[in-house]
Design a protein around this ligand. Structure first.
Ligand code: CP
Ligand code: NVA
Length: 306
C-alpha cells in the first residue's frame, strides 16, 4: 500500500478530516479521564526535522510520542548532515530504514514534497512557507469543541495571505465553511489555492465590515519566519489590520478568536486581546497535542474503532 503523507489538509478526504477531529477530541477526553494509559506506539520512533524555530510544534509532537509510549528524535540542520548538503532524498531513504514516521518544519514546500516522494515512512508537514496543516487540525478541533459543527459557519482571516491563511482556505474546503480573507493589496493568498476553494472563500479589504456577523475571527503575525527583514515595511502596510476587542464587537455575539501563536501584542492584535473571554488561544495551543496524536495514529494505524 502506498505510504500516506500529510503535507497539506487536502491529503485527507473530507470524511477522514472530520474523523480526525472527532478522534482528537476523544483522545483528549480519555487522557483527561484516565491519564496517559493508551500506548499504541511502543517502540515506534518519530524523527522531527526542524529547519525553523518552534515551541508548540516541538513540544506537542515530542509529548504526543512520549504519552503514546513511543520516542521522538529532534534533528536540526546545525548538527545533522542535512546542514552539510546531504541530498534530501538520501536523508529520506536513510531515515525510512530506521524510524516509523517523520515530521518536517522547513522553508520550501517543494523541499518537503521531494522528501516525501523518497520516503517509505509517512511524512507530516509541521510548517512550510506555504502551509501549516497541523495547526488547522488543532484550530478546527478547538472551534468544534467550543461551538459544535463548523459546517456552514463563517470564519474571517485578517492579515497576511501566508502559510496559515492558505491552510485556513484548505480547511474551508475540507470542513465546508465560509471564509472571508481580509488583507491589504499585495498580500493576497496564492491565486491557485484561492481559486480551487471556489465561492466559499472571498477577498475583502476592510476588516471592520468583513467581521460583521462572523462566527470566528483569526489572524497571524505580519512577518513570518524568514521575512524578518520585511518587518518594518509590513508594519506600515498592515496598519489598520490590528484585531481588537472593538473589532470583535462587530462579529456574532458568540464569536471565537483564534491565533496560532506566537503573537505580537500591539501589532496584529491589541495588547489585551488574548485575555478577552472570546479568545481561545491557550486551548488552541494545547489541542496541538491531541490533534497530532490523532494524526500520527491515523497515519500509522489507520482508523481506530472506539
Ligand atoms: N503555532 C506554532 O506552530 O507554534 P511554534 O512555532 O511555536 O511551533
Ligand atoms: N506564519 C507564521 C506561523 C508561525 C507558527 C510563520 O510562518 O512564521
Amino acid at each position: 500500500m502506498a505510504t500516506r503523507h500529510f503535507l497539506t489538509l487536502l491529503d485527507l478526504s473530507p470524511d477522514e478530516s472530520r474523523y480526525l477531529i472527532q478522534r482528537a477530541i476523544s483522545i483528549k477526553n480519555s487522557l483527561r479521564a484516565q491519564g496517559p494509559t493508551y500506548t499504541p506506539f511502543a517502540n515506534r520512533t518519530l524523527a522531527m526535522i526542524f529547519e525553523k524555530s518552534s515551541t508548540r510544534t516541538r513540544v506537542s509532537f515530542e509529548t504526543a510520542m512520549a504519552q503514546f509510549g513511543g520516542h521522538a528524535l529532534f534533528l536540526s540542520p546545525r548538527d545533522t548532515q542535512l546542514g552539510r548538503g546531504e541530498p534530501i532524498g538520501d536523508t529520506a531513504r536513510v531515515l525510512s530504514e530506521m524510524v516509523d514516521i517523520v515530521m518536517i518544519r522547513t522553508f520550501s514546500h517543494q523541499g518537503i514534497e521531494e522528501y516525501a516522494a523518497a520516503s517509505q515512512a509517512p511524512v507530516i508537514n509541521a510548517l512550510t512557507d506555504d502551509y501549516h496543516p497541523c495547526q488547522l487540525l488543532a484550530d478546527v478541533m478547538t472551534w468544534t469543541e467550543r461551538r459544535g459543527s463548523v459546517r456552514g459557519r463563517t470564519a474571517v482571516w485578517i492579515g497576511d495571505g501566508n502559510n496559515m491563511c492558505h491552510s485556513w482556505i484548505n480547511a474551508a474546503r475540507q470542513f465546508d465553511f465560509q471564509l472571508r480573507v481580509v488583507c491589504p493589496e499585495g498580500y493576497e493568498p496564492r491565486a491557485d489555492i484561492l481559486d480551487a476553494a471556489g465561492e466559499r472563500v472571498t477577498i475583502h479589504r476592510d476588516p471592520m465590515s468583513a467581521v460583521e456577523g462572523a462566527d470566528l475571527v483569526t489572524t497571524d503575525v505580519w512577518a513570518s519566519m524568514g521575512q524578518e527583514e520585511e518587518q518594518a515595511s509590513r508594519e506600515a502596510d498592515f496598519a489598520g489590520f490590528q484585531v481588537s476587542e472593538s473589532m470583535l464587537d462587530r462579529a456574532a455575539e458568540d464569536v471565537l478568536f483564534l491565533h496560532c501563536l506566537p503573537a505580537h501584542r500591539g501589532e496584529e492584535i491589541s495588547e489585551t486581546l488574548l485575555d478577552d473571554p472570546r479568545a481561545a488561544v491557550w486551548q488552541e495551543a494545547g489541542n496541538r497535542l491531541h490533534a497530532q496524536k490523532a494524526l500520527i495514529e491515523f497515519l500509522l494505524l489507520g482508523r481506530v474503532a472506539e
